[in-house]
Structure formats: structure tokens, C-alpha cells
Design a protein around this ligand. Structure first.
Ligand SMILES: Nc1ncnc2c1ncn2[C@@H]1O[C@H](COP(=O)(O)OP(=O)(O)O)[C@@H](O)[C@H]1O
Ligand SMILES: Nc1ccn([C@@H]2O[C@H](COP(=O)(O)OP(=O)(O)O)[C@@H](O)[C@H]2O)c(=O)n1
Length: 223
């Protein structure tokens, strides 16, 4: 069977990475969480106090930064200049700053280049905001995954509690809504459903049900 590319896009905390991981494992494909790359470069820019409004500084930062994604038992490990930052990139500091960074054209050009290299010639499940529209426009299966903002905030709240990240539900809902707005309204590759993507609302679905839906759609496309 010829491996296919699966693109999963959608707003924050809709369940994209959780489901993408399960689907990739079932199919024996590589799972690529592209949000982790934007988070990693944001973490470095914050630590170094880079002024991203300057294209010169931004370009220098990108040229000096190495981001590497490696498959692991839990899904994916993220390395920034050879350091494992898989957990660190989930901090609230990074979360609050990432959408501004992701709106930067130079940053997107570099990340998309890396993402397309990672996907070349293999079966992949890639999740993000612009995968179906820009990164993998020829993906055999494109899914736009969403859920109500209340449910997404609730899910992220539970997840943060497990990670010992303290945020109130109200604060999380506002942060998620703000990020979705910035991601949808930016000029370069905004968050939107590709014309040929299938819409999946996971508000009332369990993780298993959502994964099954996508596996069914994938199997229909495997020949
Ligand atoms: N269908 C679902 N029902 C309940 N919880 C879910 C569901 N899908 C995902 N989750 C949980 O919601 C949180 C956010 O999911 P995640 O996959 O990180 O979203 P995204 O990648 O879209 O930001 C995780 O803690 C995950 O376990
Ligand atoms: N393909 C992508 C993936 C993420 N992003 C940006 O990176 C941020 C973090 O993505 P993420 O997938 O880690 O976010 P969560 O939904 O997991 O909180 C998003 O809010 C976007 O600003 C993007 O612009 N394009």
C-alpha cells in the first residue's frame, strides 16, 4: 500500500496532536507536530530578547537556530540547538508569545521548508494551522478539526493541571480565543479550512471516536 500524507489543521486544543499521534501509530507513519517548531523558535527569541520587528535580527536568529523533531514512544521529542525542549515549549510564556512569532513571514518560510523536508516521500500525519492549505497542499486526506471554545479550554485546563501549569479556566478560554483570532487574521498562511478538507467537530467525541473517524477516512484513501 502506498503511504499517504494526512494533514490535520484547526484551532488551539481541538485535539489535533492527540489524534494525529494515535493515527500515525496505527498506520506506522511519522507524526509531526508543527506547532512545536513555532513554539521552539519563540522560546529562543524570548530567551535572547530578539526584536522580531527587525527582519535582520529575525533572519539572523533563524540562520543560527537548529530545530529537530524526533519520533519517540510518546509521539515526538523537540530539540532546540540540540537541547531537549519538549516540555519547556509548553510554558505559558511561550504560549502567549507564539502567535505573534508565527505571523512573521521569514519564520513561516523557514518552518514550512523544514516541514516539507520532513514529510518528503513518506507516510506522515502532520498537524498545525496551514498544513492542508500551504505545507502539504496535495495531502490525500485533510481534516479540519474543531470543538467549542469552552470544551477546548476545559481540555487544556485539565492538561495543564497534569503538567502543574496553573491557569484559571477563564484565563485559558481568553488566551485560546485570542490566539485563534490572531492565527486566523494574520496575512501569511492564516488558519483556515482548506477547500478539500473534511470538517470534524470533536466537542462531543471521545479521543477514541475522533481517532476512529480519521482512521476510517484514511483507509478509504489507501490503495
Ligand atoms: N475528543 C477529546 N475528548 C476529550 N479530551 C480530548 C479530546 N481530544 C483531545 N483531548 C485532550 O485535550 C487536550 C488538548 O488536545 P491536543 O491534542 O493537545 O490539541 P491540539 O493539538 O489541537 O492543540 C489534551 O489534553 C488531550 O488529551
Ligand atoms: N502550522 C502551524 C502550527 C502552529 N502555528 C502557530 O503555533 C502556535 C502553537 O501551536 P500548537 O499547535 O502548539 O498550539 P496548541 O493548539 O497545542 O496550543 C499556534 O497558535 C500558531 O500561532 C502556526 O502558525 N502554524
Amino acid at each position: 500500500m502506498k503511504p499517504i500524507q494526512i494533514a490535520i489543521d484547526g484551532p488551539a486544543a481541538a485535539g489535533k496532536s492527540t489524534i494525529a499521534k494515535i493515527v500515525a501509530e496505527k498506520l506506522g507513519y511519522v507524526y509531526i507536530d508543527t506547532g512545536a517548531m513555532y513554539r521552539a523558535i519563540t522560546m529562543k527569541a524570548l530567551a535572547k530578547g530578539i526584536n522580531m520587528a527587525s527582519n535582520e535580527e529575525a533572519g539572523k536568529l533563524l540562520a543560527e537556530t537548529e530545530i529537530d523533531l524526533q519520533p519517540s514512544e510518546d509521539g515526538q521529542l523537540v530539540f532546540l540547538d540540540k537541547q531537549n525542549v519538549t516540555e519547556a515549549i509548553r510554558s505559558q510564556n511561550v504560549t502567549k508569545a507564539v502567535s505573534e512569532m508565527a505571523a512573521h513571514e521569514l519564520v513561516r518560510m523557514r518552518m514550512v521548508e523544514l516541514q516539507q523536508q520532513l514529510a518528503e516521500g513518506r507516510g506522515v500525519v502532520m498537524d498545525g494551522r496551514d498544513i492542508g492549505t500551504h505545507v502539504l497542499p496535495d495531502a490525500a486526506l485533510k481534516v479540519f478539526m474543531s470543538a467549542s471554545v469552552e470544551e477546548r479550554a476545559r481540555r487544556r485546563f485539565v492538561e495543564n493541571q497534569k503538567r502543574d501549569i496553573l491557569t484559571s479556566l477563564e484565563e485559558l478560554q481568553a488566551e485560546i480565543a485570542k490566539r485563534d483570532k490572531m492565527d486566523s487574521e494574520r496575512e501569511v498562511a492564516p488558519l483556515r479550512q482548506a477547500e478539500d478538507a473534511i470538517y470534524l467537530d470533536t466537542t462531543t467525541l471521545t479521543i477514541e471516536q475522533a481517532a476512529q473517524e480519521i482512521l476510517k477516512l484514511a483507509e478509504e484513501r489507501l490503495v
